[in-house]
Design a protein around this ligand. Structure first.
Ligand code: F0G
Length: 433
């Protein structure tokens, strides 16, 4: 099979070579998608090959991305691929979270188990492989945290030079620490994510740096494997719903594309519905999908779930298409709802970062409104690790967490540490009470 880039806009659909360095259609400005010509092996053969590779010790077979390389055949030469053994993330059942969400059962696909602790690794291994194929030595991204840590790690492993741009003061130390440790040149800028993305795009063009934000269609190819692996783990039985947090909407685009392609090849026989959940203070896609008129960006997005604090999501046209293709919906949730849902996921012994918990908060609303049935088969994608925002967790449990506008968040599932004197009897009394 051979790969090419195609404009995503229905009225354009212009094709470009896969090794042309473009992030938007040069003709109409639309988003780009990787497409393939030639026949894929038949579904039963793919299923068998992918299952057999789980027994292999070959690095690319151990990767939960490259194991599915027939579904992402954009590289002519696989030696460009660098793996840190991304993917292969578990499906975890959370009965307590299911009850809270109004469901009989709920399974989480936990992307926090990735090498740099988020789903970005699935896409980044592909973005960095493409950078190597193009002979680019410098790669850049703007990030609310996870993308930067991921890009830094993969660029370092591939011998490239990572340049990272972060909104000043809005990044978790766990993520900044990773970027620094992996040797990325890191710039903290006094602007928000959307403003910095515009700046980085200009710099990338001017200095010949390869841009690795999710507008890069090769990253989307890698993120497709999250959905593919999910179906493989479920023995190719599609759930009724897949629930995702929505920020820049790259992951929504990736899931939609993966589902369409799996359906077309016969890997799955029915389409799950996608449910995208946004934070109320940062929900331009939710607003747009209510009326589908002009897309209006939110110039001052606010949420404590910094990973999805994005007011001008670049991939909204793809996300709209994928929601329509899957009969999907968008929901939005408050800061209080995210914080409580996050604590409930923690009580399952699972844990995740705030953006990921928007999924459970959204499920609770969707079952309450009757949109999602209690007996539905639902997989929620936890996009990042519990240790991403440890300060948030401490504040929630000690009752000091506040929303961006300064109102208090009530710790409905709070678990405050107890300060006590070094006194056996006093401690024993506390434990017994
Ligand atoms: N969840 C987490 C943990 C994220 O880090 C992100 C995005 C999202 C959800 C939203 O995904 O943009 O594909 O809709 N984080 C980016 C970053 C923006 O810079 O790490 P999306």
């Amino acid at each position: 099979m051979s790969a090419y880039l195609a404009c995503f806009e229905e009225g354009c659909r212009q094709h470009f070579p896969a090794d042309q360095v473009i992030y938007n259609c040069p003709r109409c400005g639309g988003l780009l998608e990787v497409q393939y010509s030639g026949a894929q092996p038949p579904a039963p053969e793919l299923k068998r090959t992918w299952r057999e590779r789980r027994m292999s010790n070959a690095p690319l077979d151990q990767s939960g991305v490259w194991r599915y390389r027939e579904a992402i055949p954009f590289l002519e030469d696989l030696t460009h691929a660098v793996t840190l053994r991304e993917g292969s993330t578990p499906l975890l059942s959370g009965p307590h979270a299911a009850r809270y969400g109004g469901l009989d059962a709920l399974v989480f696909k936990h992307q926090g188990f990735n090498p740099t602790a988020s789903f970005k690794d699935n896409g980044m291994t592909c973005g960095v492989a493409q950078a190597r194929r193009l002979g680019r030595t410098r790669v850049a991204c703007v990030s609310t945290g996870n993308t930067s840590a991921s890009m830094a790690a993969y660029a370092a492993a591939a011998g490239l030079h990572p340049l990272i741009f972060l909104p000043n003061g809005n990044i978790s130390y766990g993520k900044l620490a990773q970027a620094l440790e992996y040797g990325a040149r890191t710039f903290q800028i006094d602007a928000n994510f959307d403003q910095i993305l515009a700046l980085v795009r200009v710099l990338a063009e001017k200095l010949g740096i390869y841009l690795l934000n999710s507008i890069n269609p090769f990253r989307i190819e890698g993120q497709k494997t999250i959905a593919i692996e999910m179906m493989d783990q479920r023995d190719w039985s599609a759930p009724d719903w897949i629930v995702l947090p929505g920020g820049n909407l790259g992951n929504t685009s990736a899931f939609g594309k993966a589902l369409r392609e799996m359906h077309a090849t016969g890997l799955i026989t029915r389409m799950p519905r996608l449910a995208v959940v946004q934070a109320e203070g940062s929900s331009p896609f939710f607003d747009y999908m209510q009326h589908k008129g002009e897309f209006t960006a939110n110039t001052h997005p606010e949420t404590l779930a910094t990973a999805i604090k994005i007011g001008d999501p670049v991939s909204w046209p793809k996300a709209r298409f994928e929601l329509e293709a899957t009969g999907g919906i968008v929901e939005r949730v408050t800061e209080q709802e995210i914080a409580d849902a996050k604590a409930v996921i923690g009580l399952c012994g699972i844990g995740c970062e705030p953006a990921s918990a928007a999924t459970l908060a959204g499920i609770r609303k969707l079952t309450a409104s009757g949109e999602m049935r209690a007996d539905a088969d639902v997989v929620a994608v936890l996009t990042g690790h519990v240790l991403k925002d440890s300060d948030y967790i401490y504040r929630y449990h000690t009752g000091t967490l506040q929303t961006p506008d300064g109102s208090a968040i009530t710790p409905r599932f709070g678990n405050k540490p107890v300060v006590v004197a070094n006194d056996t009897d006093a401690i024993a009394k506390l434990i017994e009470n």
